[in-house]
Ligand binder design. Structure first.
Ligand code: NAI
Length: 266
């Protein structure tokens, strides 16, 4: 039996990267999955025979009416909403004095306000349903290591992700007594279309630096973030709430000044 057997899960940002990997993993673990994204999916997922594909709705997470309608339709069709992964997001920032206000608003509106709108309507649906094993639902918000630490030029992106971390903790406090768990995942740098877009021309040195700053000396895979999301959605995480979980190859563990190499660690 899959680890999400019988659960109904909504994934935003489902057409690409981490969201797409979540959809694929959750389907393989027996969940009924509905994905949504601003963009249409570009490929069929690699699923074993007998696994039904996910439902998909094209929408903008900044559109409250569309978000409310989607969640109501999931509950109408599947009877409940057990889990949500908020993976819709965008990159963007720069040194603050060079960031146009419109760009600031764009990044905050997708990464923070979009997350808020999906959480709001998911929580309304979860509060209205009976608990199963004391739980009404589990929500996971994609923050970032850049929501835990600053990075040069991070500005709008880092502000949005830091806000998602605290917002997730607050919801964990507000709704814990009603059986809703809320956690954030803080990925390191993950090899997805978003990161490939950031690592454009002339960024080879930056890319190499970033890889070196992960103690595991590589970028993460979307499937490794989906695995963490699977845990947080599953009954194995029934006492885990209010956590901002780094899944980052030890990027945030601390500094490496190469002293151990001087001491002979090869
Ligand atoms: P991605 O760019 O591959 O996928 C993001 C998806 O969100 C895209 O399909 C896009 O169309 C969708 N999206 C953007 N704006 C939307 C909107 N207004 N409404 C609905 N959908 C919208 O990005 P990736 O890498 O999969 O990122 C997923 C999440 O993880 C994002 O929140 C990102 O900030 C976060 N993250 C990613 C990291 C990375 O290195 N790739 C590191 C840390 C966090």
């Amino acid at each position: 039996m899959g680890r999400l057997q019988g659960k109904v899960v909504l994934v935003t940002g489902a057409a690409s990267g981490i969201g797409e990997a979540c959809v694929e993993r959750f389907l393989r673990e027996g969940a009924t999955v509905v994905g949504c994204d601003l963009a249409a999916p570009t490929r069929d997922l690699d699923l074993p025979a007998g696994v039904d594909p996910a439902g998909f709705v094209q929408l903008d997470v900044r559109d409250e009416h569309a978000v409310a309608e989607l969640i109501a339709s999931i509950v109408a069709e599947h009877g409940r909403l057990d889990g949500v992964v908020n993976s819709a997001g965008t990159a963007g920032g720069g040194p603050v004095h060079m960031v146009e206000a419109a760009e600031w608003e764009r990044v905050l509106s997708i990464n923070l306000t979009g997350t808020y709108l999906v959480c709001k309507h998911a929580i309304i649906a979860m509060l209205a349903q009976d608990p199963i094993d004391d739980e009404r639902g589990s929500i996971i918000n994609l923050a970032s290591v850049e929501g835990l630490e600053g990075t040069a030029g991070g500005s709008a992106y880092n502000a949005s992700k830091g806000a998602v971390v605290i917002f997730s903790k607050n919801m964990a406090i507000d709704y814990g007594a009603r059986g809703i768990r809320v956690n954030a995942i803080c990925p390191g740098f993950i090899n997805t279309p978003m990161l490939q877009g950031v690592f454009g021309e002339g960024m080879d040195t930056v890319r190499a630096d970033i890889i070196r700053e992960h103690a595991l000396r590589r970028l993460g895979k979307a499937s490794e973030i989906a695995a963490a999301a699977l845990f947080l959605l599953s009954d194995d995480a029934s006492f885990v709430s209010g956590v901002a979980l780094p899944v980052d190859g030890a990027y945030t563990a601390g500094r490496d000044h190469h002293v151990t190499e001087l001491m002979g660690l090869s």
